[in-house]
Design a protein around this ligand. Structure first.
Ligand code: VNL
Length: 390
């Protein structure tokens, strides 16, 4: 009896759905989330997808009368694939928002599609300063490399570090980090004695680090994208740079919370600057870390997860503000100027630049309850992207 009732109800529902495809479509709000789920940047995709799903689980899958549908696509971090997937999502799936973008070339490849189709594009990971200028439909919830690099160049000379060699991945964010770190360090009376660049794809850090050891600067400043930090740390220690008295300083991409705890005690004492630490001592962050971890078999959220979580918040709030009625332009307008508390601290989407304004922290790797964390010891409030002033 029960089963027959159920079958009849299911049949009725199916008939209804088939008869009213347009109505069903109108009540759905689609987010096309393009991420590297496999390949060299897979950890970034895994973190962001997990964070987006957590946000939905916590905030409901229906907003302003619309059912939120998250469509996740794997671009393997190849920009040609990103562009093709974005095109398909816009044309075939008719997504309301494009989101994700693990690396800069993927974001840049998609920008013209966002512009032409007037689709808001929420950049949750990629962090080259110029990205937001590539389309007026881009809004960013990650960070920029100039934003986080400058703080470290202010800290270093006050802490006995005058001569520095820089080592960065040879593409957009690395070149930003190198330039802004050097400019500020020089302004502060320090000196970059050598600027080394390693390829983004399959980098071999060993020969570069040998060079640094021979040059013997006070410190080595490093930027590599999320996922590559552990390899740098391992080579730095294996080549004995620490024993040679060379300090490692870096953007927080290197002591990434996704990998940090597996890097070993050799990472202790490394000073970095960044916008998010899983150890950030706010009540909101403690809740976020606990919820993320319990939903993902103990995984610790990193700065990519926070970019994804906040990006979902920006989309949800824009949909609420427009009451589910507006198109791309209305949504975009409702994304601009949002100000709210993130697990990282207070953040603001600057309406003029569509880029994020946020606090930047100086952190040191320490052990807490037997685990390695980036422990914040200083903060620079409300930092805009310095790249926008130029
Ligand atoms: C980028 C910047 C990618 C910082 C990252 O990890 C990162 C980028 C994948 O703009 O490509 O940590």
């Amino acid at each position: 009896m029960k089963r027959r009732l159920f079958t009849a109800a299911a049949l009725a529902a199916a008939t209804f759905a088939a008869a009213t495809p347009a109505l069903a479509q109108d009540n759905v709000f689609k987010i096309g989330l393009i991420l590297p789920m496999t390949g060299q940047q897979a950890t970034t995709g895994r973190q962001i997808e997990a964070a987006a799903r957590l946000y939905m689980a916590q905030n409901g899958a229906t907003v302003a009368g619309k059912k939120i549908e998250l469509i996740v696509k794997d671009d393997t971090s190849l920009p040609d694939a990103t562009r093709r997937l974005a095109q398909e999502l816009v044309v075939n799936d008719k997504v309301n928002v494009l989101a994700g973008f693990g690396i800069t070339p993927s974001a840049l490849a998609t920008a013209p599609i966002a512009t032409q189709s007037k689709t808001p594009m929420v950049v949750m990971a990629a962090a080259t300063s110029s990205i937001t200028q590539a389309s007026p439909y881009i809004v960013r919830t990650s960070f920029t490399l100039p934003q986080v690099s400058v703080a470290l160049a202010d800290w270093a000379p006050k802490n006995g570090i005058k001569k520095v060699v820089t080592l960065v991945s040879d593409y957009g964010p690395g070149i930003d980090a190198e330039k802004y770190f050097k400019e500020r360090l020089t302004f502060n009376g320090g000196q970059v004695t050598e600027a080394l660049r390693v390829p983004l794809r399959n980098p071999d850090f060993a020969p570069f680090l040998q060079k640094v050891r021979d040059a013997k600067p006070d410190a080595l400043f490093v930027f590599v994208p999320s996922g590559a930090g552990a390899a740098v740390m391992k080579q730095f220690l294996e080549r004995g740079l620490d024993k040679a008295g060379i300090k490692l300083i870096a953007t927080g991409d290197v002591t990434d919370d996704d990998q940090l705890n597996d890097m070993g005690d050799g990472a202790l004492g490394v000073v970095t600057s960044h916008h998010y630490s899983a150890d950030h001592p706010s009540a909101l962050n403690k809740k976020f870390v606990a919820a993320f971890s319990s939903a993902n078999k103990g995984m610790r959220p990193n700065f990519m997860a926070v970019g994804g979580y906040d990006g979902m918040r920006v989309i949800y709030e824009a949909l609420k503000t427009t009451k589910g009625q507006g198109g791309g332009d209305a949504l975009l307008a409702a994304m601009k100027g949002q100000i709210f508390e993130s697990p990282r601290g207070k953040i603001f989407i600057d309406a003029q630049t569509r880029d994020i304004v946020q606090d930047v922290y100086l952190r040191k790797v320490e052990k807490k309850n037997g685990q390695l964390y980036n422990v914040e010891f200083d903060v620079i409030k409300d930092v805009k992207d310095p790249g926008k002033a130029k």
